[in-house]
Design a protein around this ligand. Structure first.
Ligand code: KIV
Ligand code: ZN
Length: 395
């Protein structure tokens, strides 16, 4: 496989599950973790063990059954959190503790009533505590998106020196523009002397709809891991959507990246998460929305039927979404109508289609979408009226 491998860190079971109404029980979490492993993600953030007994149990039980993916547990930079996470992860084949603290002045002053120097000491201490239990320690600099770059570089250098294997640079509030987030990662790559000893990770929120763009800017600038969720679920407007970053990387292979995700499993995975979390996917959602491969206007349908590449950059089968859909509405044209009649077993001449098209438009103006039953009715009525039109099919 050419290029640089980008690790996919799935946080559907942690950041994704923070969505109101999406709470999962242990059985559901185990089922999703197994599916995520089969999907090919590298790291599964299974929960925040100290947050509740249920989350502790979920992380512990997932650790027992998942063997290929790394299992990660979140903590604050608090000794007890880290001890509890280590306990929850003790059966994991590949355990990772994800610890960290807010580094922006908003967090330092408002949340911690502290100062930059004390926060730096606490960051290093948290990594050292975690290192007592596991080799693989990820540090997050919460609100890195709004953290001063010089200070952030000092924190990153210090936690790597303390043993962090991965350093997460979260745009916690989804504030950054893609070029700013990319420049932040590039700044760290160029100004942290020991940066080659750790992987930088992108964790972007979607408050301005920029999470995917920011994550891609981050890997272009040198990050090696993307943190994301299925269907982009997560706090407020959500996290980076896993299916989007995976397909951006696949479509734009000239960027020189690849992931271990099996793209044909993306659509079934999306539906499994949506059903389990009882959270519908918006129809126009990229890659996995029900309209992502549906063509409705006449101009698009005609072009698509001549050559699908005219209006589709991804074959839906590549993401496990089955076939593209031609939706018949009042905006559809004759070629789409004839195509659907043919699929339903009604072959008509051009002149027949002209007549049927006028009748079709009358039905379409009264309905949002004309379905196959409507078309059968139109065809049968027309064939009864003009018997020779049925001959085309028979002959
Ligand atoms: O958005 C964020 O900053 C987080 C951290 C806890 C990693 O989710
Ligand atoms: Zn987050």
């Amino acid at each position: 496989m050419p290029g640089k491998k980008i690790d996919i860190f799935d946080t559907t079971l942690r950041d994704g599950e923070q969505v109101p109404g999406c709470k999962l029980n242990t059985k559901e979490k185990i089922e999703l973790a197994i599916a995520l492993e089969e999907l090919g993600v590298d790291i599964i953030e299974a929960g925040f063990p100290i947050s509740s007994p249920g989350d502790f149990t979920s992380v512990r039980e997932i650790s027992k059954v998942v063997k290929n993916a790394t299992i990660c547990g979140l903590t604050r930079a608090v000794q007890k959190d880290i001890e509890v996470a280590a306990d929850a992860l003790k059966y994991a084949a590949k355990p990772r503790i994800h610890t960290g603290i807010g580094t922006s002045d908003f967090h330092i002053k408002s949340k911690f009533n502290s100062n930059r120097e004390d926060i730096l000491v606490r960051a290093v201490q948290a990594v050292k505590w975690a290192k007592n239990f596991v080799d693989d320690v990820e540090f997050y600099a919460e609100d890195a998106g709004r953290t001063d770059n010089d200070y952030l570089a000092r924190v990153v250098e210090a936690v790597i020196a303390a043993g962090a294997t991965v350093v997460n640079i979260p745009d916690t509030t989804g504030y950054c523009l893609p070029h700013q987030y990319g420049e932040k990662i590039a700044y760290l790559v160029n100004n942290v002397s020991n940066v080659d000893r750790a992987t930088l990770s992108c964790h972007c929120h979607n408050d301005l709809g920029l999470a995917t763009a920011n994550s891609i800017a981050g890997i272009i600038a040198g990050a090696g891991q993307i943190e994301c969720t299925i269907n982009g679920l997560g706090e407020r407007a959500g996290n980076t959507s896993l299916e989007e970053v995976v397909m951006v990387i696949k479509q734009h292979h000239s960027l020189g990246f690849y992931t271990g995700v099996k793209s044909q499993k993306l659509f079934p995975m999306s539906r499994l998460v949506s059903d389990t979390m009882r959270m519908q996917v918006q129809p126009n959602k990229a890659i996995v929305g029900s309209n992502a491969f549906a063509h409705s206007s006449g101009i698009h349908q005609d072009g698509f039927l001549k050559d699908s590449l005219t209006y589709e950059i991804i074959n839906p089968e590549e993401v496990g979404a089955g076939e593209s859909k031609i939706v018949l509405t009042a905006r559809s044209g004759r070629s789409a109508l004839a195509h659907r009649f043919r699929k339903l077993g009604h072959e008509f001449t051009r002149n027949d289609v002209d007549v049927l098209y006028e009748r079709f438009l009358k039905v379409a103006d009264t309905k949002k979408e004309v379905n196959d039953d409507d078309l059968h009715q139109l065809a049968e009525a027309y064939q009864a009226e003009v018997p020779e039109s049925a001959e085309v099919l028979k002959g």
